[in-house]
Structure formats: C-alpha cells, structure tokens
Design a protein around this ligand. Sequence first.
Ligand code: ADP
Ligand code: MG
Length: 259
Amino acid sequence: MGTALRLREVSAGYQREFVVGGVSVDVPAGGWLAIIGPNGAGKSTLLKAIAGLVHYTGEVALDGRPIRELGRKELARSLGYLPQGPLLPEGLTVTDYALLGRTPHLGALATESASDVDIVADALARLDLSELAGRPLRTLSGGERQRAVLARVLAQHTSVLLLDEPTTGLDIGHAQTLLDLVDQLRGEDGTTVVSTLHDLTFAAQYAERIVLLNGGRVVAAGTPADVLTTDALTEYYGARTTLLTAADGSRVVAPIRRR
Ligand code: ADP
Ligand code: MG
C-alpha cells in the first residue's frame, strides 16, 4: 500500500506561536493513526494543520501531492474533518445538515440529486440516526449531535478521515458502533484514518499506529504495544495505570486508584 498522508517536519500554531513542532509521520492508505497525548499537547492543532485550517510550516502531502497545491473543493473531496466541539447551524434538520457534506461533490447548479439524498440516508442509518432525520439539531442530545456531525463527514465520501475526539459525548455502545463503522470503511473502501482519541483503550484496540504528543512534540511513535506503556502514561499523563489483556488478546488501559 502506498502512503496516503505524509507529514514532514510539520510545525503549527496560532498567530506567531507554534504549539506543534517538527512532526514527521507517514500514514499508509487504509491505515489508522491515532494521535494521543495529555490535554493541550497539540493533538487538535496537528489535525487542523493537516486539514489546512491553521498556519503551518513543513509539508503535508496527500497521495504524494502537497495539500497546499490542492484547491478548496478538491481538498474537501479528499479530506473529511470532524472538529472537536463544532458550532452547528442549530435550526437545520439532521438530514439537511448531513447534506452539506455533499457540497464538494455538487455540480454547477449546486442542487442535490437523488443519489446525494441516498448517501445521506445511508450515513444516518449507519449511525443509528434515521429516526432523528427530521429533527432540528438544537433538539439533539450531545451524543446525537456528535453522530450527526460524523454523518455529514461520512456523506462527504472522502479517502481520508480526520477525526478529532470522535467518541466525545458518546456512550460506550455508540462509541464502539462509531469506531467499528470507521474501521469498516477502512476495510471496504481503503479509507485512511487519522484520529485523536483520549480513550487509550480505544486507541489500543482500533489504531494500527500511535503517535504520542507532549508539549507539541512527538515523544513516542509506533504500534499500540510500543507506545502504551505504564511508564509512558505515568511520565506524560501523570497517570497510574495497568495494562490488561482481554480474552481476545486486545489491550485494555485501566486506571488504578491511589490507595
Ligand atoms: P489538545 O487537542 O492536545 O488538547 P490543542 O491542539 O487544542 O491541544 O491545543 C494545544 C495548545 O494550543 C494549547 O496550549 C492551547 O491552549 C493552544 N491553543 C489551542 N487553540 C488555540 C487558539 N485558537 N489560539 C491560541 N492558542 C490555542
Ligand atoms: Mg483537542
């Protein structure tokens, strides 16, 4: 598999202050990279840099082409970005909001076709939102809103998904459904995934590779087993944890209460 996303010495930040420094990483097509790290480590900023939403230096390339060279519409057809805590057009229904994901694919007349409507209905069904399709966003619970935003991103049908804390506000069942769905897209369509994940057990179970950021720098990178060590979690999160192995061999990062 080729490299879908290539970062070379990416530094990014706000105004004149860089809060992410010198990140280099390759994500293969169909791969899943999780970006982890304590609060304020720069995870969201790094995702925003890849999405072209904050100032950055260095290079971000998509299928070998620097994303700086891609037009807005082309970029939106390739990169789907789920922001952390976005402001929503509260008056729109779930369906009308998810249809916004089709905008980069519309022709000159900019009207949705039956196939756009089908794509949105499919995304809503996969996210357990069909019953809420006609509801205004302002009437949704936090977890339902989060899934509505993901429905818009999935309706965009992009080859790369940038997901910033996609399980925020979701109960454990909906979180698993969402991550399983993303993993299914990876398997079926070769979708490439870069996500921040504050839940380290989910990071261990779903990501193929993990980058651990601290103070905007990569302090560890590799497979989940390489990166998720109790020592690293103590050093960078100040956390007391134990690593368990579930019956199926998957890893579980469990917190230990101080006694
Ligand atoms: P994380 O997602 O890892 O919690 P962020 O990338 O959101 O961290 O933030 C990294 C650093 O950048 C933090 O110190 C934060 O205060 C700062 N920061 C985030 N957003 C902005 C902004 N819009 N303007 C200025 N500083 C910001
Ligand atoms: Mg964040």
